[in-house]
Design a protein around this ligand. Structure first.
Ligand SMILES: [Zn+2]
Length: 224
């Protein structure tokens, strides 16, 4: 039997789209946002090819985690397969954001692991994140498979020649992860310009920072 859908989740998608545009994480209609209602398991996803400035709550599409339509008058984002694949693989994830950011994309393009060089990255994203190879075309189920494989329990993955996929316990957290990954990418690229050896965090420091984040931000991360 079909469960109830919630307006609050639709509005979250609308608001995050505007925020994504304002912060320059993506341009035009590219990128896509989804959130999972832990109660029903339904996925609320942005519509395909629609400008974030005109998306309203009723344009948001509701799907099951196997991409069956629950509710919606628009076409869901073409990356619905990638979003659904993440939700099926990660019970801890309740939001997925895919963007086309400038500074993170070269790492995927050159098959370069992005090491964490800032404390915020280590705390909420992971010690490092990986490019998803082999290359798969946008909108395919295969892209979902390679993205999930390359996530390896971290909270972001680099899509070669394409962009970034960030996941979080809430939409707020997934958005924060997008911005922190992009900042870390920018820092890494500037550091390479400056030259010199990059100081890597030790495993002890990584463990300490991640356990701090888990204990102190844990509650905050559950909030929308
Ligand atoms: Zn894309």
């Amino acid at each position: 039997m079909q469960k109830a859908t919630k307006e609050s989740f639709k509005q979250l998608i609308v608001d995050t789209g505007m925020e994504m545009l304002a912060t320059g994480l993506t341009v035009g209609t590219w990128g896509n946002i989804s959130v999972r209602d832990p109660e029903s398991g339904y996925i609320y996803i942005s519509p395909s090819g629609m400008d974030y400035k005109i998306i309203k709550a009723h344009h948001v599409v509701v799907l099951t985690d196997t991409c069956e339509l629950v509710e919606g008058e628009c076409e869901p984002s073409i990356e619905k397969h990638m979003h659904a694949a993440v939700y099926r693989a990660r019970a801890d994830v309740n939001s997925v954001i895919h963007t086309h950011p400038i500074y993170s994309t070269p790492f995927g393009l050159t098959n370069t692991t992005m090491i964490g060089v800032s404390e915020d990255f280590i705390q909420i994203v992971g010690d490092e994140i990986y490019p998803a190879y082999p290359y798969e075309l946008p909108g395919t189920e295969e892209l979902g498979v390679t993205a999930v494989n390359a996530l390896k329990g971290k909270n972001a993955v680099l899509l070669p020649g394409h962009g970034l996929l960030a996941v979080g316990s809430s939409l707020k957290m997934a958005f924060k992860i997008c911005t922190v990954v992009e900042k870390n990418a920018q820092i890494l690229l500037y550091t390479k310009l400056l030259g010199g050896e990059i100081r890597r965090f030790t495993q002890h420091e990584i463990d300490a920072m991640q356990s701090f984040a888990k204990n102190h931000y844990g509650k905050m991360n559950q909030e929308m």
